[in-house]
Design a protein. Structure first.
Length: 251
């Protein structure tokens, strides 16, 4: 049986991204844009998913406040979960929904789960990212150490905010997977997999371009203007959530 190649965290999705994923030999993408409600992600994922490329909806959840923010990647949600809940509340909800819970870019740029978090929520987290193009070498080295120290399975992704980065990194499961449900279960059950990345000057340039993108991604100005003033659609006090998360909201 052939392996199943997935780029498990991309922020962009259009015809060019799909074409690039196919050229790179990927079988699946996990589409998880920032600050976008789950129904909208699911709709777009269905639009671009077909027999050649499976597009799976995901949510990179922004937990906590600006001062203690942590990102958590959830795949296989059955119900929408907002951003800006406490980390504990987010983890409880993901566990309740039996979602696959992944730790993207661990201990990176003050927006990530650290060793203490992984120790505390090791029973909920299903995998740790060990290679991310936004990382410098020392960050990838530390991520591999965290996976080894915690005993959690590894994954790698392009974390593509730029379309040209899709497929620069991928996770290859040893067994073929035929659905989003099967991919979620593979992560949850710790199915055998390996992490691969492209190499050479082109890959290095892609990594630098993705890192440069952080300059706007992580500014207070963007956060305040887009999220707090604009009452972001994934804000827990948005009417779409019906007040269910009011008690756990940090804003």
């Amino acid at each position: 049986m052939s392996e199943f190649r997935v780029d498990p965290h991309v922020k962009v999705l259009d015809e060019r991204v799909v074409a690039r994923a196919r050229r790179r030999g990927l079988d699946a993408l996990v589409y998880a844009p920032h600050f976008t409600r789950l129904p909208d992600i699911e709709s777009r994922a269905r639009r671009f998913s077909d027999g050649e490329l499976l597009v799976v909806p995901g949510r990179e959840l922004f937990t906590g406040s600006w001062r203690n923010r942590k990102h958590v990647l959830a795949v296989g949600l059955s119900e929408p979960v907002p951003d800006f809940l406490s980390l504990g509340a987010t983890m409880r909800e993901l566990d309740r929904q039996s979602a696959a819970v992944l730790a993207p870019h661990p201990e990176f740029a003050t927006v990530s789960l650290d060793a203490a978090d992984l120790g505390r929520y090791g029973g909920v987290v299903d995998a740790v990212e060990v290679y991310n193009p936004k990382h410098w070498r020392r960050h990838n080295d530390r991520a591999r150490d965290l996976a080894r120290e915690t005993g959690l399975p590894a994954f790698g992704s392009s974390y593509a905010h730029l379309g040209g980065s899709v497929g620069e990194v991928w996770t290859a499961f040893e067994e073929p997977l035929d659905s989003a449900t099967a991919l979620v279960e593979a992560f949850r059950e710790g199915a055998a997999r390996r992490v691969f990345r492209r190499r050479g000057r082109s890959h290095a340039l892609r990594c630098r371009a993705e890192f440069a993108h952080l300059a706007w991604e992580n500014t207070w100005e963007k956060f305040e203007r887009v999220v707090l003033r604009g009452r972001e659609p994934t804000h827990p006090r948005h009417p779409a959530y019906g007040g269910r998360f009011e008690d756990d909201a940090v804003y």
